[in-house]
Design a protein around this ligand. Structure first.
Ligand code: SAH
Length: 343
């Protein structure tokens, strides 16, 4: 379907009132890109959002508010205007079940209305740039369009990751991991995952019991199972991820090797493991150090990943030399992965 996007650049102060006006005018959907909100989120001391150092400076100092309208035969379609007296539930019903007494407007009328909205707001709020533009957009197949960007990735001589909908061109003896990440993290294209896979490739052959802690798409567990032909355990606190892991294990014909459960370390299948791979965030790894010390057997290995380089000191303060030896550290871009051996 063809849509029109009406997009405004305004001050933070004006953005909320503008959004309100757009809904009243009859927009079918709104998207607000608010760099101020983003800044507050990133600067929060408990943030789990990580960005490059110069990202904040590059952010604009205005808000973009976008409103969307479908184009029908009769013109640009509006959701009927709300009035104070209207029963709000009737309006919701109208929206849900495709309102019948809908209004339409022309492109010119939309221009005029957008101008009026800014004029009205400008009377009592600073507008910032106070600009708007209208452009036609095509509805995309969002559920599938990301697949275009996911291509085979060679991790090592031994491991090739291949989207499940592509025929792999693997070298002789190369193991192919067919991945369909669905909604779970772990396509292999993120540094934190590829670092884990390379480390896994180095250490996995010499170990017996393996746990993938925070399995996401299951990519690490599947790699471990394919490399060793042995059973691998996987847990994730997100039930969706466990579902995707099982699905991917099936696609890779290693379902019988992978035991997956919903939960954290408390839901692990064995008391101790020879190797735990944990691609989590630095803060999460730190909070789990004591439990990991119990779950990794003496002389066993822990692969930690998901560590932004400036957070490495946090890890070092928690994984102390009394309990853990550093075996190897790998860095890619701003991400660090480290192998520890428990004493
Ligand atoms: N192992 C995959 C996914 C890593 S993303 C890969 O390397 O690509 C991290 C995953 O850990 C997420 O799916 C998240 O749900 C899960 N997770 C976060 N905290 C956890 C915890 N305390 N215990 C278990 N899983 C956790």
């Amino acid at each position: 379907m063809q849509w029109y996007e009406l997009s405004f650049l305004v001050s933070e102060e004006a953005s909320e009132a503008l959004a309100e006006q757009l809904i009243r005018f009859g927009s079918w959907g709104l998207a607000t890109e608010d760099p101020f909100e983003l800044k507050r989120m990133i600067e929060d001391e408990n943030t789990t959002v990580f960005v490059d150092a110069d990202f904040l400076e590059g952010l604009p100092d205005y808000v973009r508010v976008k409103a969307f309208f479908p184009l029908r035969e009769e013109g640009i379609q509006l959701v009927p205007m709300l009035t104070e007296e209207e029963n709000p539930f009737a309006v919701i019903e109208q929206r849900l079940y495709q309102a019948t007494d809908v209004d339409f407007c022309s492109l010119d009328e939309l221009h005029v209305e957008a101008g009026k909205m800014l004029e009205h707001l400008g009377q009592f709020l600073p507008l910032g740039p106070g600009e708007f533009a209208i452009r036609p957009i095509q509805e995309e197949d969002w559920a599938n369009s990301w697949k275009m960007y996911y291509q085979p990735i060679e991790i090592s001589e031994r491991l090739l990751i291949c989207p499940s909908w592509i025929e792999a061109e693997a070298k002789e003896d190369q193991l192919v991991l067919y991945m369909d990440p669905g909604s779970a993290f772990g396509t292999g294209s993120h540094e934190t995952t590829s670092l884990c896979l390379r480390l896994l490739d180095n250490y996995v052959d010499s170990v017996d019991k393996i746990l993938d802690l925070g399995c996401g798409s299951g990519i690490l567990a599947i790699a471990a199972a394919k490399c060793t032909g042995r059973r691998v355990d996987a847990v994730d606190i997100d039930p969706g991820a466990v579902h995707v892991t099982k699905d991917n294990a099936h696609k890779n014909t290693c379902s019988e090797l992978i035991r997956a459960a919903v939960g954290g370390l408390d839901k692990r299948f064995e008391h101790t493991y020879d190797l735990i791979i944990a691609n989590l965030l630095a803060e999460v790894l730190v909070s789990l150090e004591e439990q990991l010390r119990v779950a990794v057997c003496s002389g066993g290995l822990l692969v930690c990943s998901g560590i932004v380089s400036h957070k490495l000191p946090l890890i070092e303060a928690a994984f102390t030399v009394e309990n853990w030896d550093v075996i190897e550290t790998k860095i890619e871009n701003d991400w660090v992965a480290r192998v520890y051996r428990k004493k």
